[in-house]
Ligand binder design. Sequence first.
Ligand code: NAD
Length: 296
Amino acid sequence: MQNIAFIGLGNMGAPMAQNLAKAGYALTVFDLVPAAVGDAVKAGASAGKAVADCVKQADAVITMLPATEHSRKAYLAPDGIIASAKKGALLVDCSTINADAAKEIADAAASRGFAMLDAPVSGGTAGAAAATLTFIVGGAENDLERARPLFEKMGKNIFHAGGSGAGQMAKICNNMLLAIQMIGTSEALALGVANGLDPKVLSGIIAKSSGRNWTTEVYNPWPGVMENVPASRGYAGGFGTDLMLKDLGLAAEAAAASGANTQLGAVARDMYRRHAAQGGGNLDFSSILNTIAAIS
Ligand code: NAD
């Protein structure tokens, strides 16, 4: 597989595509935002004029789109990926979307003879840039093996979660936990600061104590505690609150469908909703700290 189509060059897709280009793959890219395509072309990619044009010569198609409706449209539209891809191409959706929709898209692909994987990722924009992402894959094991060389250029850990949709389900569970952890870390830091502690000192203590988690180790929400995280650049870039809200909605749907108890997930969803309504939707999700600190 040498010719790769990459669709969706946002906060995650752009650095992922760049790592594939660096590894020597011939990339054709498409995004609705011309500037994003322009940046990828500067880094050596060819520009596709539209989805169909982007995928027609590709041995593998990778999509990194915001949400379920975007993936559905990109794959299922009459001029979409399934209608336009080259015979035998491997289709890989790295977007985080509804697990049932992932299955439906994979079934539609299979009915036209295409193998498809759902392969959402974890690790944030820093992981995308450093090629240290975790790929959480649903689909057939032999298709994962075909995709493995590509995943290895963009990530470090590759998990086979199960059949079609299982990658999405595992990713949604992970992100619900992340959303809860970010709130917990923000509350702990706001409590400490309200009681005279230095947020950097407190973060250092937590990072080596039993309260530690990803948000204290590599993604601290308090401005100035860590370099190179969204909190230290006005919460720009990173993983948007609106995208986290989307994932909490997917978790709520899955919980309702299966009868699973996700009380903290529901509380977290309410809190991020309130934060988005107060203007935090486009900011990185760690900006939930502002809503929490403003209340305390
Ligand atoms: P983003 O909004 O920054 O980028 C999405 C890109 O898709 C945009 O550039 C948009 O123009 C493009 N797009 C939308 N519809 C399109 C279409 N029909 N054709 C071509 N391009 C189209 O989002 P992101 O932060 O890169 O996230 C992408 C996915 O990865 C989401 O599902 C998100 O949940 C998931 N994710 C994000 C992070 C993160 O830290 N940002 C981490 C893990 C997973």
